[in-house]
Design a protein around this ligand. Structure first.
Ligand code: SF4
Length: 443
């Protein structure tokens, strides 16, 4: 199993049948292993970018600013400012003499042209090296313009994508009003959905269906104004636990808001999530509505997808996604579709999530944390995967190997959450796996 695997990587790759010791995870990437993980700045940007009326200024070289809305297309029902990319475009001269002045000028320019109420300033690798006082520049901008200017000190080298998630959550906490101003407690916040293809709207429609108001969304389709209302919610519903569990824990400590993890991927998990939210935040009427709604919708969708399941039965899936909570849902979803998961891995999964995965998958399934392309290729070939579910960085790998691919991340255009998502996902997997092209691509 471990042939051609770097010695230092072996403890991050497990198979339940072979090894019952815990997998190595939540750790720094092995130097030279060419990890699939994104950097700290990317982790922070993923979480904050969907705040649609904020300005996102990247203080660093222009290359960091290439990470934009265009490769992480979250949707907004209102403002579109977040779709632009702003950078201080640091050059050699700035690296020698400092870039703080350039940042202050960039903020002046933004205020002159757009006058936003909220600016996030991301300090990337080179700023971490030259040590510009980004905090001071932001403080001065707040004083001068009466806005919020929040520094996100996220040099790529200062950790991994999870570090960026935490920095983004800290930045969001800086915005929220103090506990004593939180008002009447009602409704829920949805945390960890980024409305990539309208999923936040689907989840909100379910809440409406069962009569539970949504106070605030983190951060899919968010605006500054709506974020400020978050402390008045009764419950935080956490969809992407990898990025937002930390925020939920901080809000529990600081505002006394309890949280629940709720995955809206797959028939089983969507139904459980809706009923759970109704149990924890709703009236007896909401609980009745949730039970009726989930029974009705899961029956309707099960009938719709049944013909596809016949075409997918026995096919083998490989999964490599950002967080462990999503990976767990996907393994369950493939099982609902009659498919076996032969490989499952994540960029930032936690020990408790890998434990659940270990119990959920077949004994021979390969489980990997923080994998690299060579490992994914080796195990997908060995296990005979028919499809890889991943993100933008995994797509070319699948196609080069002649394996079907389904984007469950940045680039997708079809919603994959909720009951609508079950239909879309099943159709897409069927189209991709059963496409005749693979006969030619594999030679
Ligand atoms: S690793 Fe550093 S230089 Fe590269 S994108 Fe991330 S912050 Fe920018």
């Amino acid at each position: 199993m471990y042939a051609h695997i770097l010695e230092e990587r072996k403890s991050s790759i497990k198979s339940p049948a072979r090894d019952s010791t815990p997998i190595r995870c939540e750790a720094a990437s092995v130097a030279g292993a060419v990890s699939q993980r994104a950097c700290v700045y990317c982790g922070a940007r993923v979480v904050l970018n969907p705040v649609a009326d904020a300005f996102h200024i990247v203080h660093g070289p222009i290359g960091c600013a290439s990470y934009t809305w265009d490769i992480r297309g979250s949707l907004s029902s209102g403002p579109q400012l977040y779709r632009n990319s702003f950078s201080t475009d640091l050059q050699e001269r700035d690296v020698v003499f400092g870039g703080a002045e350039k940042l202050a000028s960039a903020i002046d320019e933004v205020m002159g042209v757009y006058a936003p109420r909220l600016i996030f300033v991301y300090a990337t690798c080179i700023v971490g090296v030259i040590g510009d006082d980004v905090e001071a520049v932001c403080r001065e901008a707040e004083r001068k313009y009466g806005i919020r200017a929040v520094p996100v000190k996220a040099p790529g080298f200062s950790g991994n994508k999870s570090t960026g998630y935490r920095l983004a959550c800290d930045a969001l906490m800086r915005l929220l009003p103090p506990r004593e101003k939180r008002g009447k407690r009602e409704g829920v916040n949805i945390l960890g959905d980024y409305n990539l293809a309208g999923e936040m709207w689907i989840i909100k429609s379910y809440m409406r269906e069962i009569g539970i108001p949504v106070v605030s969304t983190f951060t899919g389709d968010a605006t500054y104004e709506r974020l400020l209302k978050a402390p008045s919610a009764r419950l935080n519903v956490v969809q992407c636990a990898g990025s937002m569990l930390y925020l939920a824990e901080r809000m529990e400590r600081e505002y006394g808001i309890p949280w629940v993890k709720a995955s809206f991927f797959g028939l089983e998990d969507t139904g459980t999530a809706i009923r759970q939210v109704a149990d924890l935040a709703g009236s007896p009427a909401a609980r009745r509505k949730a039970a009726d709604f989930t029974r009705r919708e899961s029956g309707r969708v099960a009938r719709l997808v049944a013909p596809y399941h016949r075409r997918l039965a026995g096919k083998k899936a490989a999964i490599f996604v950002g967080g462990g909570f999503k990976a767990i849902s996907l393994v369950r979803q493939f099982r609902e579709m009659g498919m076996e998961t032969v490989l499952v891995g994540t960029q930032t999964g936690r020990a408790d999530e890998y434990e659940v995965l270990g119990k959920l998958v077949s004994p021979d399934t390969v489980i990997l944390d923080d994998a690299n392309p060579a490992e994914l290729e080796k195990f997908m070939r060995e296990k005979g995967a028919d499809i890889l579910v991943g993100g933008v960085k995994e797509r070319p790998l699948a196609y080069k190997l002649g394996i079907a691919f389904c984007d469950h991340n940045h680039e997708r255009k079809h919603a994959l959450a909720g009951y609508e998502g079950v239909e879309n996902f099943t159709r897409e997997v069927n189209l991709s796996v059963n496409s005749p092209v693979w006969r030619y691509a594999r030679g």
